[in-house]
Design a protein. Sequence first.
Length: 318
Amino acid sequence: MNSTGLRPLWAKVAGIVLATLMVACAASARADWPEKPITMYIGFGAGGGADTLGRLVAKALQKELGEPVVCKNMAGGGGAVMASNLMRARPDGYTIGIAVASTYSAVPWITQVPYKADDFDYLTTVAQLQNALVANADAPFSTWKEMVAYGKKHDGLTFGSLSPSSAKFAEIVSQQENVRLRVVPLRGGREAITALLGHNVDIAWSAGVHQAYMNGGGVKVIAALNDDRLRSSPDKPSITEFGYDQGYTSYFMIAAPKGIPKKIESRLADALQKAASSNEVARLAEKKMKFPNVVLSQDKLTRFILDKSQYNKSLYSQ
């Protein structure tokens, strides 16, 4: 056989060898993951619940994986600023984000954002939010009925809002109770408490940071905003007890851009669930922050987000 006839054969052999090497290299890269620091985006400002829990989970995750986990705050839009950046990150397991469930299940139906619920891989939860409507302890109302009556008598109330979904909540309450709520956008739970203590707003949404300011700390709960009453204020009714269809049960949760290789995704989710369940994180959540340390599996979390997204689509797309 002459050299001309050998060329196609050698080209085929070279192609097969190259393809084999590429597969082997990719498999090796997956096997070696992680081999560099992981970045955790935090969807809210410093000092709030997401920031505090996120940084402790990052520390526990570093122990699990043996690589540094670098935290970066991206506050704004109830986690939407963070989620928008997370969606655009490379799906290689090196970028994750912590926010709240409504960031993914509600915000895309309320305001214009570049993502939707199925643009992410959902990995685990860290804690259940203790959503509440709160006021300054010296506010001239202590119950839902008293608050509504006061608002009607004084040309409305100022409402500290943490996200587009809490602003939408204010709109729904205004319509149902026939009381004016003037929304004041805030960038996290700590800002909400500061605004309340400084008498800059009458009422505010809190995801749970208020629990450190109850019983003499300057803040009181008007109503629970979860589906059920809250563990820390069992005497305060849930919003569902006032005729609203459902509460706003949610979680601090961790997601990644969609499309992570399955082996990496499985290892990352497993490490995160162990980190979120660690004694250090559980102790902080349960004992100090008073958040139930609820750690959901990937499947349960994904179903929760997608089911909530469908409900919110029907609620907010009318």
